[in-house]
Design a binder for this molecule. Structure first.
Ligand code: AMP
Length: 233
């Protein structure tokens, strides 16, 4: 639990910690370089099992992204992550998992062409965003909410190019979206353009279409669907 040791200021070798973090960033950037096509990062609950409606929808989403020529990146864990990676493999695409070391041992899900496990959550977060041309979020808990607001903050502050953030599940998300409109937006704490890239839908094909359109609008050729594999780490 390196993050915890660092955050709790336990005495240790500062230089060694910093070197370890830098090394993790280096390995992460190298992994991102190995994704030789545009990619979409899919976030969502780690706590759902195959057969759950969200799992099957995330799997479908992974497949559609693969067929549209996008690599699929996730946190490499179970639930929505596993489903999206699984769909990507089923669609003949390229499937990436940026996993995190957790107190309870966890193996990356079994549907990855490229897998990298991080010790530090912040290094991993950078890679989940850096490689992506868009974000799709399924219903989730704190982890997913953190990833949603991190994506929006990076776009708002121009740290990453503007690209769509699609929320799947109108019923799940509408309370949060109403609150955002009624409070932060209505009281001027965010601007209308800050939320304009946020779309909520029940249709994964619509979410994939949105990202594809934005990719084309950015003046880039649409991705080509070429099933191919890179070595897993
Ligand atoms: P939650 O919504 O709290 O279930 O968290 C899900 C999000 O946080 C995912 O999109 C992951 O990026 C990250 N996450 C949470 N739990 C895990 C896990 N066990 N393995 C990998 N990533 C996880």
């Amino acid at each position: 639990m390196h993050d915890r040791r660092i955050l709790e200021h336990e005495p240790g070798d500062l230089a060694a910690h910093i070197e370890m973090i830098a090394e993790e960033f280096r390995r992460g950037f190298e992994a991102v370089d190995r994704i030789k096509r545009p990619a979409v990062t899919v976030f969502g609950s780690a706590r759902i099992a195959p057969g759950h409606a969200d799992y099957e929808q995330a799997r479908e989403c992974g497949r559609l992204l693969a067929e549209a020529g996008f690599a699929v990146i996730t946190g490499g864990g179970p639930g929505v992550m596993e489903a999206a990676n699984r769909g990507a493999k089923e669609g003949g695409g390229f499937s990436v998992g940026f996993n995190i070391e957790l107190p309870q041992e966890q193996a990356p899900n079994g549907y990855l062409d490229l897998a990298l496990t991080f010790r530090h959550f912040y290094a991993r977060k950078v890679m989940l965003v850096k490689a992506a041309e868009g974000f799709i979020l399924f219903p989730g808990g704190f982890g997913t909410l953190d990833e949603l607001f991190e994506s929006l903050t990076l776009i708002q502050t121009d740290k990453v190019r503007e690209f769509p953030v699609a929320l799947i599940g109108t019923d799940y998300w509408h309370g949060l979206l109403d609150w955002i409109a009624e409070r932060p937006l209505a009281t001027g704490k965010i601007s209308p353009e800050d939320v304009s890239l946020l779309r909520v839908t029940d249709d994964v094909a619509e979410a994939v279409g949105l990202i594809r359109e934005s990719w084309q609008l950015a003046g880039t050729e649409p991705p080509v669907h070429e099933p191919e594999k890179a070595d897993a780490e």
